[in-house]
Design a protein around this ligand. Structure first.
Ligand SMILES: *[C@@H]1O[C@H](CO)[C@@H](O)[C@H](O)[C@H]1NC(C)=O
Ligand SMILES: *[C@@H]1O[C@H](CO)[C@@H](O)[C@H](O)[C@H]1NC(C)=O
Ligand SMILES: *[C@@H]1O[C@H](CO)[C@@H](O)[C@H](O)[C@H]1NC(C)=O
Ligand SMILES: *[C@@H]1O[C@H](CO)[C@@H](O)[C@H](O)[C@H]1NC(C)=O
Ligand SMILES: *[C@@H]1O[C@H](CO)[C@@H](O)[C@H](O)[C@H]1NC(C)=O
Ligand SMILES: *[C@@H]1O[C@H](CO)[C@@H](O)[C@H](O)[C@H]1NC(C)=O
Ligand SMILES: [Cu+2]
Length: 611
């Protein structure tokens, strides 16, 4: 607890500024932007922090990264509408070069806050961890308080936060333009901004993905940081520092969040076309989306002008357009991932792994925990049937990806998904899987040396290496800062998932042998085999309900950043879908009787495009 004097001080500081923003709102003035200096309140004075020029450090960090991607950001060679600037290049120095560097456990844009896991006036008291519980297990009152807090974050008019709405002319000159947004929309913006331009619907990006939060090693810890920010915002707005972010326990097929009084019905219930969600929290009257152009472009009913897509999102304009949250129109055959898929992820012994070209990227092989968690790998996957010839085929609708599809609407695309508040209970569960994996090794020890190493240290895309600043967070945070057990950051889960399967027990689906064995699982978690009746039995049998969707009407979902996006004409997409459907039908009819649904869209890019 704060002492009275500390309380007064904290209130004073907080009244000047809260650290929740991408940049402190008080730095949203011409002088700060012109001098590229954001050091509010003199960084809390000498005991708390100092104002430092970080350009050399950032340049050094970017030297470690994959130069192909770095150069794309610097020059944007094949983005006609985009010009030369991308303010993510050398983040955050396109915006601010002099920033607060906080001492000890102080944190925040002006060092007025404590870092995660710390409390007290001097931030040197360990915070009693808050408990994150399953949404299904919290009380009715807790649910209501949570829903109310989300609404308050969305509607608060205090404008604590700012977002970039105009980028500099090029990366060496010119300033950005910032805009104040609500705390909730700030989080949506940050998630959008990390992944923007990765799935252009109008121009295929030649396979070179620029994504600072997905498809690479940083994915688990980047989202851990975002969830922490969200949790802290709820603690702030409710004044309840013991609030723990509930998780949506989809691996137990929990659908309790999806009722009108909480999050509203999901896409799998809403049906084959997008519908507005009408619930108490999200409904067309109260909840408007920002940075949602990818979603609205994808939906033919709302198709937008292609050239508009390349502009950096402007939250105020988007809010004025009053576009609602939608659900429905699931782009693939969907089901909630089975626990066995989570256990397969947990069985991995390495955090990440290089692909056949030696890169940590979108197509890292099966031994990568990150790939299994993110859901970009075809372990135990029916879609291997669909691509028996291609050793590179992967199914990307797995563990983390599938609930995005199941919810539908904005949740389907990377850049728009955080508009839907189910995003945060979903990512709380994804983070719980990360924590379950950590605890397999750490067993309660807080020292990160007990964990498998964060890899890599260099060579991955910028923002994805161990000690890189995660883009676009501000105050700055390194990937390694979040690669610790949760308790170190002031929270824990009431229940983790045991890793009951050993890695060597899992069939190797990396290599698909056309006429050999191809072990796969059905949607109930029962293992089957593409080419014979000999099933690899993981010893799991559970009953679930599975929704079956006609794949021929599928869109290629942008959440998955295939590099296809809608850059491939819809006809081709439909042709692929039909092709898959035929292959799948073949699999189902000739290889195994009675079976339910599978995810059937795979990654069809050529090896050279996959990187
Ligand atoms: C943003 O909010 C800050 C803090 O409330 C305020 O000082 C600033 O003028 C606002 N900027 C704009 C452009 O609205
Ligand atoms: C920060 O340092 C770089 C390189 O030393 C220099 O070019 C730049 O002007 C400095 N920025 C500020 C705001 O002082
Ligand atoms: C704070 O939030 C937790 C749920 O995370 C709840 O159990 C507790 O009752 C809340 N405390 C207050 C004072 O509202
Ligand atoms: C969804 O909400 C928008 C905005 O309120 C409205 O224009 C549109 O007609 C609604 N669509 C449906 C299918 O109800
Ligand atoms: C699309 O947007 C661009 C840029 O804003 C504009 O120049 C063009 O006229 C628009 N096209 C249509 C068909 O509205
Ligand atoms: C999955 O389980 C459900 C419920 O027991 C059953 O109806 C369905 O046929 C099963 N699907 C498969 C593919 O076995
Ligand atoms: Cu994400």
């Amino acid at each position: 607890m704060l002492l009275p004097s500390g309380l007064v001080c904290a209130v004073l500081l907080l009244s000047l500024w809260s650290a929740s923003g991408q940049f402190p709102a008080t730095c949203n003035n011409p002088e700060s932007l012109e001098t590229k200096t954001c050091c509010p309140n003199n960084c809390g004075g000498p005991t708390r922090g100092s104002c430092e020029n970080i350009t050399a450090q950032v340049a050094d960090q970017w030297q470690r990264a994959d130069p192909v991607i770095t150069n794309i950001l610097k020059q944007a060679p094949d983005l006609p509408q985009k010009g030369a600037a991308d303010a993510r290049y050398l983040w955050p120095t396109a915006v601010f070069e002099r920033v607060c560097v906080c001492k000890d456990n102080f944190w925040g844009g002006d060092c007025s806050e404590c870092n995660f896991g710390w409390t007290g006036e001097d931030c040197n008291t360990k915070k009693t961890p808050v408990i994150r519980k399953s949404f299904a297990h919290i009380t009715k009152e807790e649910k209501q308080a949570f829903i109310n807090a989300i609404r308050d974050l969305k509607t608060e008019t205090n404008h604590w936060s700012v977002a970039i709405v105009e980028e500099p002319v090029n990366y060496t000159s010119g300033t950005v333009k910032l805009q104040n947004v609500s705390a909730y929309d700030f989080l949506v913006y940050v998630h959008y901004y990390a992944g923007r331009d990765t799935s252009p619907p109008c121009v295929a990006y030649n396979g070179a993905m620029v994504d600072f939060a997905h498809s690479g090693p940083v994915f688990p810890v980047w989202h851990r940081h975002l969830a922490l920010l969200f949790e802290r915002e709820i603690q702030r707005i409710t004044g309840n520092s013991s609030f723990g972010l509930p998780y949506w326990q989809w691996e137990e097929r929990d659908v309790s969040p999806f009722v009108p009084e909480y999050f509203g019905v999901p896409g799998s219930v809403a049906g084959p076309t997008n519908v507005n969600v009408t619930g108490l929290l999200v409904n067309p009257n109260d909840w408007n989306t920002v940075c949602d152009i990818a979603h609205w472009y994808r939906n033919p009913l709302h198709a937008l002008n292609c050239s508009e897509y390349w502009k950096v999102c402007n939250p105020a304009e988007d809010l004025a357009a009053r576009r609602p949250i939608e659900r429905g129109d699931p782009p693939v055959d969907i089901y909630l991932p089975h626990k066995v898929e989570v256990q397969i992820a947990l069985a991995a012994n390495s955090y990440d792994a290089v692909d056949s070209t030696g890169k940590f990227s979108r197509t890292s092989p099966r031994k990568s925990f990150r790939m299994r968690l993110e859901g970009r790998i075809a372990i135990c996957s029916a879609a291997k049937c669909a691509y028996p010839q291609s050793p590179l085929s992967t199914v990307i609708f797995r563990v983390h990806n599938m609930p995005h599809m199941w919810v539908g609407g904005q949740m389907v695309e990377t850049t728009t998904s955080a508009n839907d508040p189910t995003f945060f209970i979903h990512h709380s569960n994804v983070d719980r899987i990360l924590e379950s994996w950590f605890q397999r090794f750490a067993n309660g020890h807080s020292n990160p040396m007990f964990l498998p190493a964060y890899i890599p240290v260099s060579g991955a895309h910028p923002g994805h290496n161990r000690d890189d600043y995660m883009v676009p967070f501000f105050p700055l945070a390194k990937a390694s800062d979040r690669y610790r057990i949760a308790e170190e950051m002031g929270y824990m889960y009431d229940e983790l998932i045991p890793a009951d399967i050993q890695d060597h027990e899992i069939p190797n689906c990396d290599e698909v042998i056309p006429n050999g064995s191809c072990p796969i699982c059905d949607a109930n978690g029962t293992c089957i085999n593409c080419t014979s009746q000999n099933c690899f039995d993981l010893g799991v049998s559970v009953s679930v309900s599975v929704s079956v969707v006609d794949v021929t009407r599928s869109f290629l979902p942008l959440e998955l950043e295939l590099g296809l996006g809608l850059g491939i004409p819809l006809l081709v997409a439909v042709a692929i879908a039909i092709f898959l459907a035929i292959l799948l039908t073949y699999c189902i009819l000739f290889q195994e009787p009675a079976r339910a649904s599978y995810s059937t869209l795979g990654d069809t890019r050529k090896p050279s495009e996959k990187e």
